[in-house]
Ligand binder design. Structure first.
Ligand code: G4F
Length: 375
């Protein structure tokens, strides 16, 4: 394929003096304030951007250390707003006057979307429409580039063993249906001339991941067990497979999509898939424990193979009404066109997450999970 590669170091679309706006998260911390937003801020500031973050007000913000909250300290200007409030979007877009908008704001917890389906649709589906309409209402559509954080969840009950940009969609949750709406809305605006792209990102994790996503739930529980602070990790479906990468790699892919001469959609994935069970085993291995599985179905438990101590149990309440059992992405197009490939392996990711949680408990920087029912 004779495609032009735009590497981080190339200068075809200059980064210097550019301004970016990152929309904030609603749940699961995926905006300027959360996992993806904070890594993206760091990348953009490093590239010489002025970065604005749209921050939704929630009291948790104020319980966190500012450096962690902002990702990059004073280099990022945060503004209160909400994708549910079109006026706030218009005001922030006018004030920031961005060259690039990274729309990450979402209710990003798939499990939670079953109990908050209307809210999730309002934020994830209509929220995307509101940002795009605000750009057009301000007459900014000719100069603003727009990135939509779409999700591998749109593949749902997968129609192909390995999913790529041409795989048919088959969403299985209110979250996934809403993301599919956001996908087609982005395509529609692109077809009307806006530089608008969808990043169809497979799961991406890090020590900054929200504590109610399965990888962080596992890494934090392993750290607590290592410190003798908690006994049993409680999970839902151990047998679902995910293509897990590192968020730092994925924000680089987002940025690259926005530097292309033409707007196109891209899958970002590692090309490897592992079960939740495997993640658990790998995480415990980091603290020298081999897990042995005993029993079946909801009675299945994981014990320390050398002592028989109970370490993992399952709870039917943590199973979703519908789950996506298998996701496995192909990063082929991103590799060929963007020159993107993930640098952090599955084992390195698990190690980094477990070690970070162990350190956080040691140095007192561990932030307690928000009280409430488990997800
Ligand atoms: O970590 P999860 O909650 O992530 P999920 O549902 O795959 O969604 C994440 O990745 C998507 C793709 O990038 C994003 F669009 C989305 O916003 C989010 O970031 O669950 C992963 C798997 C599921 O099959 C779930 O049923 O782990 C299974 N699981 C088993 N026990 C659990 C648990 N998930 C959670 N959250 N908590 C459990 O106790």
């Amino acid at each position: 394929m004779a495609r032009r590669l735009v590497a981080l170091t190339e200068r075809s679309y200059q980064s210097a003096n550019k301004t970016a706006l990152i929309t904030d998260s609603h749940h699961g911390k995926t905006g300027a304030d959360g996992q993806d937003g904070s890594y993206l801020c760091e990348l953009l500031v490093g590239q010489g951007y002025t970065v604005h973050g749209l921050v939704r007000h929630h009291s948790e913000v104020h319980s966190q250390k500012p450096s962690r909250r902002m990702g990059t300290g004073a280099a990022v200007q945060h503004h209160y707003g909400d994708v549910l409030d079109p006026f706030s979007l218009i005001k922030i877009l006018r004030l920031a006057s961005p060259d690039e908008v990274y729309h990450l704001a979402a209710q990003s917890h798939v499990g939670l979307s079953f109990s908050t389906s209307s809210y999730t649709s309002d934020v994830d589906a209509l929220g995307t429409l509101r940002v795009l309409e605000a750009i057009v209402a301000l007459g900014m559509e000719k100069r603003v580039r727009f990135y939509n954080a779409c999700s591998s969840e749109v593949f749902g009950d997968v129609k192909e063993r390995v999913q790529n940009e041409n795989t048919p969609f088959n969403p299985r949750s209110p979250y996934a249906v809403s993301k599919l709406y956001s996908y087609y809305t982005t395509v529609n605006f692109r077809d009307q001339g806006v530089f608008a792209v969808n990043g169809i990102l497979f799961n991406h994790e890090s020590p900054r991941r929200g504590m109610d996503f399965v990888t962080r739930k596992i890494s934090r529980a392993v750290a607590l067990i290592h410190h003798g602070r908690r006994c049993v990790l409680t999970l839902g479906n151990l047998n679902s497979y995910r293509d897990w990468g590192h968020a730092r790699d994925y924000v680089r892919g987002m940025w690259l999509m926005m530097q292309q001469p033409e707007p196109e959609d891209f899958v970002l994935a590692t090309g490897e898939t592992h079960s939740v069970r495997k993640f658990v085993e790998e995480a415990f291995r980091m603290i020298g424990i081999d897990i042995e599985w005993r029993g079946k179905g909801v009675s299945e438990v994981g014990v320390d193979a050398s002592t028989g101590r109970l370490l993992v149990q399952t709870d039917p309440a943590l199973y979703r009404p519908l789950d996506v059992g298998y996701l496995h992405g192909s990063p082929q197009k991103a590799k060929e066109v963007l020159g993107w490939k993930p640098e952090i392996t599955f084992q390195q990711l698990v190690r980094e997450m477990v070690m970070a949680d162990i350190r956080a408990l040691e140095d007192g920087s561990d932030l307690r999970a928000i009280e409430g029912p488990q997800l």
